[in-house]
Design a protein around this ligand. Structure first.
Ligand SMILES: [Mg+2]
Length: 366
């Protein structure tokens, strides 16, 4: 089998409200989807996560071009050509995100070709259901507005909520942390994501001030390049530290782990190097006795890939899930997802179980 064409789609969904994180607000969600076409008639879907303009340009340009003629059934060849052979100039960044999209789509092709779900190809089913957590509470000037989302998420039966805090300094944002904990009650779990917005000093202050609110983890407190500083923070922190959504390849995670920088590793399949690379990262994390919760915040294609990987990977826990209507999400699934008390059943359709329906393109393609 050979790859004959790479089609790239930029999907954009306007938001009804601004998604505010420590770094500012967003007005829309962007997804870069690839459709990898082959001479067999089978196509696969993948997604590159990162700066949409960069990833799109790479997929329409060099990464897409070098994929033509490769065998999508040979994942190692895909990985070698698109990632290892490019190491002289492109070790990290959007080039890896674009390669991740192609790799993901090739797994979808293999699954359809062999008539098996991707988890079967990755070693078989280890988790039949995945506990999801809601990842869509955003910073608001008025903490009560944040609570509207918190209550809606609780209503859906989800047990864990992630809130994006850190737009203001720790002593001011404590009122938001406190409000969310009160709204959630003590029987629900709470994660705070700082989206790299604080300095190391602010992070230590936040850890001291926010510790009484029983956080499940504190995510990406500082600039992800500061491995050594993250190691110092983790050594002093009473709150577990999570990071990794801005890390690339096994090598990046090894650096993170060697610096003792995280309690929870968060590789993103659409960014870290693809499905196989992320499974290797999960295996490495196990060797270091570090927990794994893959980062998963984009379209239904990434959600499907993340679920398939987690289903086959025992130590990958807590599925990140966008419980809002902001993303192009459920439209991609061939069969609707089943959620019961916050647990999502892993689907067993061939490949990733997603389709690029015409209605998606009509509504969101730009
Ligand atoms: Mg995050």
């Amino acid at each position: 089998m050979k790859i004959t064409e790479i089609k790239v789609y930029h999907l954009q969904k306007k938001l009804s409200s601004t998604m505010q994180i420590s770094r500012g607000g967003f007005q829309e969600r962007n997804h870069i989807i690839v459709q990898v076409c082959t001479n067999s008639g089978i196509y696969g879907l993948g997604e590159g996560v990162g700066n949409a303009s960069y990833v799109k340009a790479l997929l329409k340009g060099p990464i897409g071009e070098m994929s033509i003629g490769l065998n999508p059934l040979n994942i190692n060849e895909i990985r070698t050509k698109l990632i290892d052979d490019q190491v002289y100039f492109e070790r990290m960044g959007s080039a890896i995100c674009a390669a991740s999209a192609i790799e993901m789509a090739c797994w979808d092709i293999i699954g359809k070709f062999e008539n098996k779900p991707v988890y079967e190809l990755l070693g078989g089913l280890k988790q039949k259901t995945l506990e999801a957590y809601a990842s869509d509470v955003y910073w608001e000037e008025d903490p009560n507005k944040m609570l509207e989302r918190v209550f809606a998420i609780k209503e859906m039966g989800l047990n864990t909520v992630k809130a994006h805090i850190g737009f203001k300094k720790p002593s001011e944002d404590i009122k938001r942390v406190e409000a969310i904990r009160k709204g959630l009650g003590n029987d629900h779990n709470m994660i705070i994501d700082l989206n790299c917005g604080y300095t190391p000093e602010q992070t230590l202050e936040a850890i001291e001030l926010w510790a009484p609110f029983n956080l499940t983890w504190l995510e990406e407190p500082i600039n992800p390049n500061l491995y050594h500083e993250m190691g110092k923070i983790k050594a002093q922190s009473t709150i577990p530290i999570a990071a990794g959504e801005n890390e690339f390849l096994v090598h990046g995670f090894k650096t993170l782990f060697d610096n003792k920088a995280v309690d929870i590793a968060m590789p993103d399949i659409g960014r870290a190097g693809g499905i196989l690379e992320t499974q290797k990262i999960c295996a490495l994390a196990q060797e270091y006795n570090i927990a794994v919760s893959p980062h998963n915040y984009s379209s239904g294609v990434l959600l499907a890939a993340t679920m398939q990987l987690m289903a086959a990977t025992k130590n990958a826990k807590l599925l990140e899930y966008d419980a809002s209507t902001n993303a192009v999400y459920h439209e991609f699934f061939t069969e609707p997802l089943q959620m019961d008390n916050g647990n999502i059943t892993v689907q067993n359709l061939p490949g990733l179980g997603v389709e690029l329906k015409q209605e998606i393109l009509d509504k969101y393609a730009i």
